[in-house]
Design a protein around this ligand. Structure first.
Ligand SMILES: [Zn+2]
Length: 403
């Protein structure tokens, strides 16, 4: 009798293991609003990381689930301001489809969220075992970047050189890799993740650098040198903070004469050296846009319509090649957009793209790729396809001699 009582207790404990939200890992972020054990209902909002920008990214592990258990994940906007008197709109933390994983490694999109009148997105998900990972989008953290850089170096040997760009203000390494000969006639700089929440941009970067390291790019590597930084804002990515509009300085407004972030200062120094020694052909910055942008697009140079000669020719040729190559499933818009929401010349000059334009040569092009994250195609795999297509466009662009 007593024995069967304990067995009963044991089995009911097994069935009703306590659900627990865990976020103490790289990129983890969630503030629990409600956790209803009986109903399997979890309400979260992205946790505020004081001064570290937009509370939009979230990434958690739910422990204590059982195979087949249904969970209602509700996501609402953070209620506290991230800047004085500024609360972030809910749309930034509520993709139509979030992502889930049963092993913390492979991610797939959830079903489309249902949205309530009070601006809560509800994702219905199902566990397959004792843990369920849930995130805003496929996570890409410093350990992911480390794996990519190590694999590329391993594959290319002497054709590649890893480097530490800088240590962040919190002392974390910002790593990069140079592929091709340092004194190659054509030079390219690509960085991702100036905004920590924009994980999709880092996946595009991965697809890009893996194509550059592939057998298909053997000829490219003889002619061109690529300098690649997979994650610029390592601190905020590690902490699961949004980074955008962080205080005192957003990374992509920090490209001044006296940058606050050591990694921005170090990037400026290296780019200036490349320009002085060989001439910089292409500067590219990888981002993700807003929830309503359903296709990737490039931000081009302000005043493009008034440009003439070589500059205009190069920017137009880039756009044509990019549109031909980035052809789907995430198909790029065939015309530049302009970041006109940045109002002053002074602020525009402090964006990486503006800085690179000002410090490059007449033939340099400096562009920003914004890859759409709020579509059914916005998966890690498809982001990497965009990256490979971007690299093929670059290959085609650099096949023509520099004017
Ligand atoms: Zn951005």
């Amino acid at each position: 009798m007593i024995k069967s009582f304990f067995l009963l207790l044991l089995s009911s404990t097994f069935i009703h293991a306590e659900l627990r939200v865990v976020t103490d890992f790289e990129g983890g972020n969630a503030e629990v609003v409600v956790l209803d054990q009986a109903a399997g209902r979890l309400r979260i909002m992205p946790a505020l990381r004081g001064g570290r920008g937009w509370p939009c990214w979230w990434f958690l592990r739910l422990d204590g689930t059982s195979a087949g258990q249904k969970i209602n994940l509700e996501v609402q906007a953070q209620t506290k301001p991230y800047r004085p008197e500024t609360v972030l709109a809910a749309a930034w933390c509520q993709p139509d489809q979030a992502v889930l994983s049963h092993d913390g490694k492979t991610w797939k999109q959830t079903a489309k969220a249902e949205r309530s009148a009070d601006k809560v997105a509800v994702y219905q998900v199902q566990a397959e075992g004792p843990s369920l990972w849930l995130a805003w989008g496929p996570p890409f953290v410093p350990s992911t970047a480390e794996t990519v850089l190590a694999e590329v170096k391993e594959k290319l040997g002497d054709e590649a050189e890893r480097f530490e760009l800088a240590k962040t203000r919190d002392g974390r390494p910002v790593n990069g890799i140079r592929i091709g000969k340092a004194d190659a006639p054509r030079q390219v700089w690509v960085n991702a993740r100036q905004h920590a929440w924009e994980a999709g941009g880092a996946w595009v970067g991965r697809g890009f650098v893996e194509w550059i390291a592939s057998a298909e790019a053997q000829d490219f590597r003889k002619r061109c040198c690529v300098h690649f930084i997979p994650i610029m804002d390592v601190d905020n990515v590690t902490l699961g903070a949004g980074g955008k509009e962080s205080l005192p300085q957003d990374h992509n407004r920090d490209w001044s004469e006296a940058p606050y972030h050591p990694e921005v200062a170090a990037a400026q120094k290296r780019i200036a050296q490349i320009q002085a020694a060989h001439g910089l052909d292409v500067f590219m910055d990888l981002h993700n846009p807003s929830a309503g942008d359903r296709a990737p697009f490039f931000f081009g140079p302000f005043g493009f319509e008034r440009m003439t000669g070589l500059q205009r020719e190069n920017y137009q040729r880039w756009m044509d090649l990019a549109a031909a190559h980035i052809s789907g499933p995430l198909k790029v818009e065939p015309k530049y957009r302009y970041a006109t929401y940045v109002k002053t010349e002074e602020e525009r000059a402090r964006m990486s793209s503006g800085w690179a334009r000002a410090h490059g040569g007449e033939g340099t092009i400096s562009i920003t790729l914004e890859t759409a994250w709020n579509t059914p195609h916005s998966t890690a795999e498809n982001y990497m396809v965009v990256g490979a297509q971007l690299a093929r466009a670059l290959d085609a662009y650099l096949k023509e001699a520099r004017h």
